[in-house]
Design a protein around this ligand. Structure first.
Ligand SMILES: [Cu+2]
Length: 449
């Protein structure tokens, strides 16, 4: 008994946390608060311990308002999401460890006094994406809470859930995809003019899951822009966001004044305002365009797109592997944060686009990482031949079946299909691709016939 403090005891007394509101009054006296304070035991009239559940997912804390009475509050934190999260009350220097999917930890807020205590997940990008909340401590409160969902299922339930998700990928009609080619208006002097308008829209990340996406031209990723070396390019940015923005041309050689980094190279483009970027496409590029303003929020929320200049040459040395021409080109934008979350081209499995190819065909993939962490991208069966890094052709292609793409990087990879079947294609950080309900997030497949 001596080794158990009141908080642990209250947890045991509750017998689980599916019961919702629990306020245990330890009436009486001499229940020593062993080992957790210098109050040297003594006689206590009553110690009130409240137990609440908080559930973590991408990207929410449920509930995000905790109404609790003063006293000790035992907080059982469960990560029901698919990536690591934590729960932190910075003002009280109280935090869980980083909880892996399915993990739970109980922490105790000691002697909560009347007032407000903000809480959040401190993993970079997560609070900005919505993982914040507030504890209201008031004597008026009898604590309320939401029961944590069950975290265990039978293997039969798991198999069924996984199969259902996997079959939706191949059987369900898909919603609209982003990244479609943006057609320029050709001006009198031959300049190619593109229009990019930012706005927040409802975007279906996976079937039935609608998020607020920050978009160029109403899609995630933004439309793909392609020009040729020597083209004069003019891009009209119209900002319909509630905050300022700008556009940086990542991996594209432009004059400094066009680099899109306020306040160095331009003023912020305020809500309702426009800005015109003008430059000549001087060199081939596998580039991307994205916000450089509050970028840790704006980009993961969707403000990014591909910017390609010219054609990527195919190394002659691949001819003896049967690779002599490109049959299909795919731009693959990786994301892992913001409102969009773990996605390929703005979609989470099973809503991700299914790619198709015939035996003997070759697909060129440009990987772009606009997220906050690196992703090892793995396509089953055909080895990937890396032919360019950040748009610069390699002297000799490199064979790699798993290609680690760090934030900001681009890899250009060719895949030659030799065997028919549904070949999975996913990030190999396992928690970015699979959960107890089956595959999700950064997963798609190539259907080879
Ligand atoms: Cu990943």
């Amino acid at each position: 008994m001596a080794a158990m403090n009141n908080d642990e005891r209250s947890v045991l007394a509750v017998g689980g946390f599916g019961l919702g509101v629990v306020a245990l009054a330890f009436a009486g006296f001499a229940i020593s608060r062993s080992g957790d304070s210098g109050s040297n035991g003594g006689v206590t009239a009553a110690v009130t311990t409240t137990a609440v559940d908080v559930n973590l997912t991408e990207f929410a804390m449920t509930p995000n308002m905790l109404d609790v009475p003063p006293g000790d509050v035992t907080i059982r934190v469960t990560n029901s999401g698919n990536v690591a999260h934590n729960f932190s009350i910075p003002e009280r220097n109280l935090t869980t460890r980083d909880l892996q999917p399915g993990e739970a930890q109980t922490i105790t807020l000691k002697n909560a006094t009347t007032g407000e205590l903000p809480f959040l997940c401190t993993i970079p990008g997560h609070s900005a994406s919505g993982m914040t909340g507030m504890a209201h401590v008031s004597a008026d409160n009898s604590a309320t809470t939401t029961p944590a969902p069950p975290t265990t299922m039978s293997y039969q339930e798991m198999d069924k859930a996984m199969t259902e998700r996997a079959m939706r990928f191949v059987n369900e009609p898909k919603s609209t995809f982003g990244g479609s080619a943006l057609e320029p208006k050709i001006l009198a002097d031959g300049t190619k003019e593109f229009e990019l308008t930012t706005s927040i829209i409802d975007w279906e990340v996976e079937p039935g899951k609608i998020v607020k996406a920050w978009t160029y031209n109403g899609m995630v990723p933004g439309p793909s822009i392609r020009v040729e070396v020597g083209d004069k390019v003019r891009i009209v940015l119209k900002n319909e966001l509630p905050e300022s923005t700008d556009i940086h041309w990542h991996g594209v050689r432009v004059p400094n004044a066009m680099d899109g980094v306020d306040p160095y190279t331009q003023d912020p483009v305020e809500p309702g305002k426009s800005f015109i970027y003008e430059f000549t496409a001087l060199e081939p590029a596998v580039g991307m365009y994205h916000s450089h303003h509050n970028a840790q929020t704006q980009i993961p929320n969707g403000l990014a797109g591909a910017f390609i200049i010219g054609d990527m040459p195919l190394p002659a040395s691949l001819a003896d592997k049967g690779i002599t021409k490109i049959d299909k080109t795919v731009n693959m934008m990786l994301n892992d944060a913001g409102t969009i979350g773990l996605t390929l081209n703005g979609k989470s499995f099973p809503a991700t686009e299914a790619y198709s190819a015939n035996v003997g065909e070759t697909m060129l993939v440009n990987y772009f990482n606009e997220g906050l962490t690196a992703h090892p991208m793995h396509m089953h069966q055909p080895v990937g031949w890396i032919i360019a890094k950040d748009g610069v052709p390699l002297k000799d292609p490199v064979a790699q079946d798993t290609i680690l793409v760090a934030p900001g990087e681009r890899y250009t990879v060719v895949y030659h299909f030799v065997d028919p079947g549904v070949w999975a294609w996913h990030c190999h950080i396992l928690t970015h691709a699979e959960g107890p309900q089956g595959m999700f997030g950064m997963v798609t497949a190539v259907i080879v016939k």
